[in-house]
Design a protein around this ligand. Structure first.
Ligand code: GLP
Length: 247
């Protein structure tokens, strides 16, 4: 097994991490205006999208050919429910920049046949020519997307049962009520993530320090899904000092 060493950037604080991540996204789009981007959600990313909107507006970057794919989505919610990642993405990014609706790809949270929906999503990624840049956060349990611990590295987009810790971490958009967070989600798989040409993972705050340590220095194992990223030759990890405190 090839154990690559990700490029690691340690910045002073979360704001610096967001700015650097937004700059990396903007660089990718300038270099290839038809880029296919894999995009995450979560608290960490809100500032990244705000910073990206500011850059796109200030520099009048054309997003008309960009294609976006979201990493994951809760299952069993109406698409316009405020807890869906579709709603999150519209609030954080899509309502503020001009990405054509046809270029925005999201997993349908209300699909009746979720297996067919996941297969359709994989086909859309393939039809886009694969992912150029995958941006990722990390869960406190080492998940990427919603690939929870135990996820095989050969996994594709599929339905998964969420751990209680992940439901608790996502309670914010459900009025703080972890019980209101769906028990299942669909996520792009680890094999799909590893096929991206480049990967950028961000983490801020001391709550992520253990997961970052395990990802970078522990065994490469499905028990720590993010450790799979060491199988990829082009991974950059951006951390604030707190998230980097154990490495
Ligand atoms: C959710 C998402 C993940 C994300 C994680 C971290 O669980 N499904 O893709 O990485 O949140 O989010 P936060 O930035 O809020 O800690």
């Amino acid at each position: 097994m090839n154990d690559h060493r990700p490029t690691i950037g340690i910045l002073n604080d979360g704001a610096a991490v967001s700015r650097a991540a937004a700059a990396a996204l903007a660089d990718q789009i300038r270099a290839d205006p038809g880029s296919a981007l894999l995009l995450p959600t979560g608290q960490t990313m809100l500032d990244v999208y705000a910073d990206l909107v500011a850059i796109v507006r200030a520099e009048r970057i054309d997003l008309g050919r960009v294609q976006t794919f979201n990493l994951d989505e809760f299952y069993g919610l109406p698409p316009d429910h405020p807890g869906t990642y579709r709603s999150y993405m519209h609030e954080a990014l899509f309502d503020h920049v001009a990405i054509p609706a046809a270029n925005i790809n999201l997993i349908d949270s209300a699909a009746t046949d979720i297996a067919a929906e996941c297969a359709r999503y994989e086909q859309r990624i393939a039809a886009a020519g694969g992912i150029d840049l995958a941006m990722l956060g990390i869960g406190v349990n080492g998940h990427i997307g919603f690939n929870e611990p135990g996820s095989d590295f050969a996994t594709r987009t599929r339905l998964i049962t969420l751990r209680d810790s992940s439901r608790a971490a996502n309670a914010g958009r459900f009025g703080g009520d972890a019980d209101a967070v769906p028990r299942q989600a669909a996520t792009v798989g680890i094999a799909t993530i590893l096929e991206a040409r480049r990967i950028l993972l961000l983490a801020t705050g001391g709550a992520k320090a253990q997961a970052i340590h395990a990802m970078l220095h522990g065994p490469i194992t499905p028990d720590v899904p993010a450790s799979a990223l060491r199988l990829h030759p082009h991974v950059a990890v951006l951390l604030d000092r707190a998230a980097a405190s154990l490495i």
